[in-house]
Design a protein around this ligand. Structure first.
Ligand code: AMP
Length: 546
C-alpha cells in the first residue's frame, strides 16, 4: 500500500523560499572582496538569486547546463549558487588553488558554459581562458566601479546583469533527482573526478548535517563558515543555515587570525567551522592579543584531524565546545560529528578529550563500517582498524561520466580511502588515509596519531609523518617538523615529549626539521610530495639493522 502524503520535491530552491518566507530579515553579512562590510537579508538573497537566474537565461543558459563559480564566501556567491541551481543548471564550484592544468581539465571535463569569479581570480582565469573552448563567457562578481581591466572576451559585470532584471522568475520545474551541484575531488593521484550532487541529496544532507547532535544551528545562531564554498559545499552551511534561519557571516578573502577574530567578535558569532590550520591562526591571535570570544559557543573542526592540543585550548582556555567532524567531497561532505552521548558531559576533562579527538558519530543518513583487506567486516571495538566504508542518500554512487568505473561494492558500500576504528558507542577515529598508513612488521602505524602527538609539543608548529623503507620492518616512521622560530628545538626534545603518549614501537625512527611542509589545494599535507622528497632518505635504524 502506498502512502497518501504529498509529493513535495526536495529542491534546494525550497530552502531559500523557506528562509525568505520565515526568516526574511535575518542577515547575511559579508566582508566583501572590495573591502567594506556588506549587509543584506535572506529576502535580498532570494530576490537577487531569481534575478541572477533571469540574467543567466538571457545569456542563453538552459536547464542542465553546467555553470562554474570561482569565488570566496560572499553574499554574491550565495546568490549565484541559488540562481544557477534555481534555473535548473548545475553549479560547479572551482577551487582557485588548483594548478592551471587541473583547472583546464576540470572545466573542460565538466563542460562549463560560463564562469562566475571574484576580481581576485582574474589572473587565474586569464591564465587558462585560451584552453577552454566550451566557455561562452565570464561573469565577474563585482559592481561597475570595481570592474577590473582584463584581456578576457565576453566579460559581464555581475551587478549590472543582475540589477537589469526584475526578479519576476519562477524556479525551474526540476525533478528532485536532477543534478544541481558539481565538485571535483582533490585526488592526489590520477585526474580529479566529478561528484555530482542532486537537489534531493543536497536537501537531505542539509537537514542531516544540521541535526541537533550534528551542527545543530538554530534561528538564534550566527554562523561563520570559514570553510570555503569552493570546497565540499562549505560543509552544507549555505543550505543548512537558511533552512534553520541562522544569520550568516561570510569572511570573503581574508582568513587570517585577525580578520576572522574581528568578524567573530563584532558580529557576535555563535557557531563557526573551518580546517585546523585556520584555527591555529585564530588561537595564535587570541593568545598574542589576550582576547576572548564570549559569544562563541561551538567550533566545528574538520578536513584534517584536529590535534588534541587545539581541542584542549578551545575548550579549556576559551570555553568553546569543539565538535570534531569528518567527511569528504563524495559525502556532500559531512559523515560524522563528535557530539557527546548521555553521561559524557560529566566525565573528567581528560576523558572528554579522549572522545573529542575521535572524528565523531555518523549522522543520520550515513551508514558506516570497517573492513579488512579482503572486505570482511571488522568489529566495532575501538581497537581494530580497517577500511572505512560508507553508504547513504548523499554519498556518491559514481563519478561524472563514469570516471573511475564502478565505485561501489556489490552491497553498495563506498570505500572512503580512509582507515579508521569504530568504538562500541559508534565513535569513529581516522587513523590514516589508506595510502599513508605506515606498514611496519606487518602491523599498521597511524601517521595522523604521530603527527597530532608531535604538534602538542609547544615548539612544534606543524608535523608530518611518512613511512620510509626499512630493511627489517618494511617501513618505519619519519617525523618531519617545522620548529617554532628561534626555539632551538632538538630531535631528543620531540621524542622525549612523545615518549609514553604513543605505543613504544610507533616512535618515529628519526626526526628532520624543515621550513615548510607542502599542502594540497584543499589544505591537506601533501604526503606524495614528501615521500618523493625523502625517497632517498636513510633512517639511522636502517643502517644499524643491516
Ligand atoms: P575532501 O574530499 O577534500 O574533503 O577530503 C576528504 C578527506 O579528508 C577524508 O577522506 C579524510 O582523509 C580527510 N579528512 C576530513 N576530515 C578529517 C578529519 N576530521 N580527520 C582526519 N581526516 C579528515
Amino acid at each position: 500500500m502506498k502512502g497518501l502524503m504529498q509529493d513535495w520535491p526536495l529542491t534546494v530552491m525550497s530552502i531559500i523560499d523557506h528562509a525568505n518566507r520565515f526568516h526574511a530579515e535575518r542577515e547575511i553579512v559579508t566582508r566583501t572582496v572590495e573591502g567594506p562590510i556588506h549587509r543584506c537579508t535572506y529576502s535580498d538573497i532570494h530576490l537577487r538569486a531569481r534575478k541572477c537566474a533571469q540574467a543567466l537565461q538571457k545569456l542563453g543558459m538552459k536547464q542542465g547546463d553546467v555553470i562554474a563559480t570561482m569565488a570566496w564566501n560572499t553574499h554574491r556567491h550565495m546568490e549565484a549558487w541559488y540562481g544557477i541551481m534555481g534555473m535548473g543548471a548545475v553549479c560547479h564550484t572551482l577551487n582557485p588553488r588548483l594548478f592551471a592544468e587541473q583547472l583546464t581539465y576540470i572545466i573542460n571535463h565538466a563542460e562549463d558554459q560560463f564562469i562566475f569569479f571574484d576580481t581576485t581570480f582574474v589572473p587565474v582565469i586569464e591564465a587558462v581562458a585560451d584552453t577552454l573552448p566550451n566557455v561562452k563567457g565570464f561573469i565577474i562578481l563585482t559592481d561597475k566601479e570595481h570592474m577590473p581591466e582584463t584581456k578576457l572576451k565576453n566579460v559581464y559585470c555581475y551587478e549590472e546583469i543582475v540589477e537589469a532584471e526584475d526578479g519576476n522568475f519562477e524556479w525551474a520545474d526540476v525533478d528532485e533527482n536532477d543534478a544541481c551541484g558539481l565538485c571535483y575531488t582533490s585526488g592526489t593521484t590520477g585526474n580529479p573526478k566529478g561528484v555530482l550532487y542532486s537537489h534531493r541529496s543536497n536537501v537531505l544532507h542539509a537537514l542531516a548535517a544540521n541535526g541537533a547532535d550534528a551542527m545543530g544551528m538554530r534561528s538564534v545562531d550566527t554562523v561563520l563558515p570559514v570553510v570555503p564554498m569552493f570546497h565540499a559545499n562549505a560543509w552544507a552551511i549555505a543550505f543548512s543555515a537558511p533552512a534553520s534561519g541562522a544569520k550568516i557571516v561570510m569572511p570573503g578573502a581574508n582568513m587570517d587570525g585577525e580578520s576572522i577574530y574581528e568578524l567573530l567578535s563584532t558580529e557576535r558569532v555563535t557557531v563557526t567551522a573551518a580546517v585546523p590550520t585556520v584555527w591555529l591562526m585564530l588561537l595564535g591571535h587570541l593568545e598574542a592579543n589576550e582576547v576572548k570570544l564570549p559569544d562563541l559557543t561551538k567550533v566545528i573542526i574538520g578536513g584534517s584531524a584536529a590535534p588534541r592540543s587545539m581541542i584542549e585550548a578551545f575548550e579549556r582556555d576559551y570555553d568553546v565546545t569543539v565538535m570534531h567532524a569528518w567527511g569528504m567531497t563524495e559525502m556532500s561532505p559531512m559523515g560524522t560529528l563528535g557530539s557527546f552521548k548521555a553521561g559524557m558531559e560529566t566525565l573528567p576533562f581528560e576523558e572528554q578529550l579522549d572522545i573529542k579527538v575521535k572524528q565523531g558519530r555518523a549522522i543520520y543518513t550515513v551508514e558506516m563500517k570497517i573492513t579488512d583487506d579482503d572486505g570482511n567486516d571488522l568489529p566495532s571495538d575501538g581497537v581494530a582498524f580497517g577500511h572505512l566504508m560508507v553508504r547513504g542518500p548523499a554519498v556518491a554512487g559514481g563519478y561524472l561520466k563514469g570516471e573511475g568505473g564502478n565505485i561501489l561494492d556489490e552491497d553498495g558500500w563506498f570505500d572512503t580511502g580512509d582507515v579508521a576504528t569504530l568504538d562500541p558507542l559508534g565513535f569513529m577515529q581516522i587513523t590514516d588515509r589508506a595510502k599513508d598508513v605506515i606498514k611496519s612488521g606487518g602491523e599498521w602505524i597511524s601517521s595522523i596519531e604521530l603527527e597530532n602527538t608531535a604538534v602538542g609539543h609547544p615548539d612544534v608548529v606543524e608535523a608530518a609523518v611518512i613511512g620510509i623503507l626499512h630493511p627489517k620492518w618494511d617501513e618505519r616512521p619519519l617525523l618531519i617538523v617545522i620548529p617554532k622560530e628561534g626555539s632551538g628545538l632538538t630531535k631528543e626534545s620531540v621524542l622525549e615529549y612523545m615518549d609514553g603518549k604513543i605505543a613504544k614501537w610507533w616512535m618515529p625512527d628519526d626526526v628532520v626539521f624543515v621550513d615548510e611542509i607542502p599542502h594540497t589545494a584543499t589544505g591537506k599535507i601533501q604526503k606524495l610530495t614528501l615521500r618523493e622528497q625523502f625517497k632517498d632518505y636513510t633512517l639511522p635504524t636502517a643502517t644499524a639493522a643491516e
